[in-house]
Design a protein around this ligand. Structure first.
Ligand code: ZN
Length: 71
């Protein structure tokens, strides 16, 4: 079964999504797995969305890149 996780960027308030399987989500939340153990093939930005979904703290790739440029 497919599942779509979302996390809202704390800087621009835009929601980002990542498509995963419900099975993997259960694995991640219930078995307390690390995101890189459950989804070793996902890129870092997609993993960030999943972490944001879980923790409520998320910054999207655009804002992350922008803030990095300003420094
Ligand atoms: Zn953003």
């Amino acid at each position: 079964m497919k599942a779509r996780l979302s996390a809202t960027c704390m800087t621009c308030n835009e929601a980002r999504y990542v498509n995963v399987t419900a099975n993997d989500v259960t694995h991640y939340l219930k078995d307390d797995k690390l995101v890189q153990d459950v989804w070793p093939d996902l890129n870092a930005w997609d993993r960030d969305i999943i972490i944001g979904f879980r923790t409520g703290v998320f910054q999207c790739q655009d804002c992350w890149t922008k803030e990095g440029d300003e420094e």
